[in-house]
Write a protein that binds this ligand. Structure first.
Ligand code: A3P
Ligand code: MG
Ligand code: MG
Ligand code: MG
Length: 330
């Protein structure tokens, strides 16, 4: 791995940790006026904006020439109607980066407008993945990846509500990081030593544990139930918000992650998958779309050449793809 990648991985981990502090503080104090509905009706909160401001400011300082594809922009925050929410975003960001002025915070959020594409390097950020989970006090993730010539080469997943291990004493909050060709690593979210992670070695699909979105609007639960039946899986699915599902596959907690399209034409967003996909691949797993095609991060802000997502421990990925195809709803 190049010196640049080592440097950018350390910096990305540090940026995600800082954003996680902001998210935890917002969540502990969140009220109904801390969220807005975007044009597509999906929610966005003080913490989504704050996390994006913190990370994009730090990326600008460290890698000023690398553009960013991020989920949010500051348009709604600038509206007169949202003055109270805007003030809360400013206050939360300054708890983490006290020197930042209001215009710099808005400018940092707006740095995420790159179009992506096949050539060169860009960052992609989901400041909070699983905003609906965040609002429900369930799982959420902060996902940052570096994409080079259409391939994720470094990825960091901050998972503030995911326990760091299986022991009863395990701390809540972990972070997974991967660089292409270097494996995947698990860190405590706050600070501490890294340990390598590996996908499960479950050899029989019937014994697999599968996970999917909590939201039936994001992944078809009836379709996945039929797939599970075809694979002989008897355990019910584990429903979990956010890229914590990728973290679960990478750590071997679950064996299959199914994201089955709810409607034709929905294009998955690159920030919803880049970091998670690399972490799973580097932990030894396989990630494709529902037809078995690799995810194509070179097509812009979305995965428009793909449909849905399937991540597994890699042992019987083709069998899972075949079951999905055989169970395609009418
Ligand atoms: N119809 C749809 N199909 C698939 N994903 C969708 C979707 N509508 C929204 N999403 C994405 O689902 C993500 C959450 O995934 P999950 O259900 O696994 O928690 C959202 O990320 P955000 O929460 O960052 O907006 C959003 O980008
Ligand atoms: Mg969103
Ligand atoms: Mg997301
Ligand atoms: Mg998001």
């Amino acid at each position: 791995m190049s010196k640049f990648e080592h440097f950018s991985a350390q910096m990305a981990i540090d940026a995600v940790r800082k954003a996680a502090l902001l998210c935890a503080h917002v969540r502990a104090n969140l009220t109904a006026d801390g969220a807005l509905a975007k044009n597509d009706k999906s929610p966005v909160t003080i913490a989504d904006y704050g996390s994006q401001a913190v990370i994009l400011h730090l990326l600008q300082a460290a890698t000023p020439d690398i553009p960013v594809v991020a989920e949010e922009d500051a348009d709604a925050l600038r509206a007169d109607d949202n003055a109270a929410l805007r003030a809360q975003v400013f206050a939360e960001v300054r708890r983490i980066l006290p020197q930042l002025g209001n215009p710099e915070i808005l400018a940092a959020i707006d740095r995420g407008n790159h179009t992506g594409g096949p050539a060169g390097r860009f960052w992609t950020l989901d400041p909070i993945d699983g905003t609906k989970g965040f609002l429900r006090n369930d799982q959420y993730a902060i996902a940052l990846a570096l994409v080079e010539d259409g391939q994720p080469v470094m990825g960091v997943l901050g998972c503030p509500e995911l326990p760091c291990g299986h022991e009863a004493t395990a701390k809540t909050g972990c972070l997974l990081a991967a660089c292409r060709g270097e494996g995947a690593w698990l860190y405590p979210l706050d600070a501490g030593e890294a340990a390598p992670v590996k996908v499960s070695s479950t050899a029989d699909t019937a014994l697999a544990c599968f996970c999917e979105s909590v939201e039936s609007g994001h992944s078809r639960h009836d379709w996945s139930a039929t797939v599970a039946e075809k694979l002989g899986i008897t355990r019910p699915s584990v429903r979990m918000d956010s890229q914590c599902k990728y973290a679960s596959i990478a750590r071997g907690d679950a064996d299959i992650y199914l994201r089955l399209p709810t409607r034709p034409g929905y294009e998955e967003k690159i920030w919803d998958h880049a970091a998670g996909c690399l972490v799973v691949e580097e932990a030894g797993g396989t990630v494709t779309d529902i037809r078995g095609k690799p995810l194509d991060f070179s097509a812009g802000r979305t995965l428009r050449h793909n449909s849905g997502v399937v991540a597994t421990n890699g042992r019987w990925h083709d069998q899972v793809i075949a079951a999905i195809q055989a169970a395609t709803p009418a």
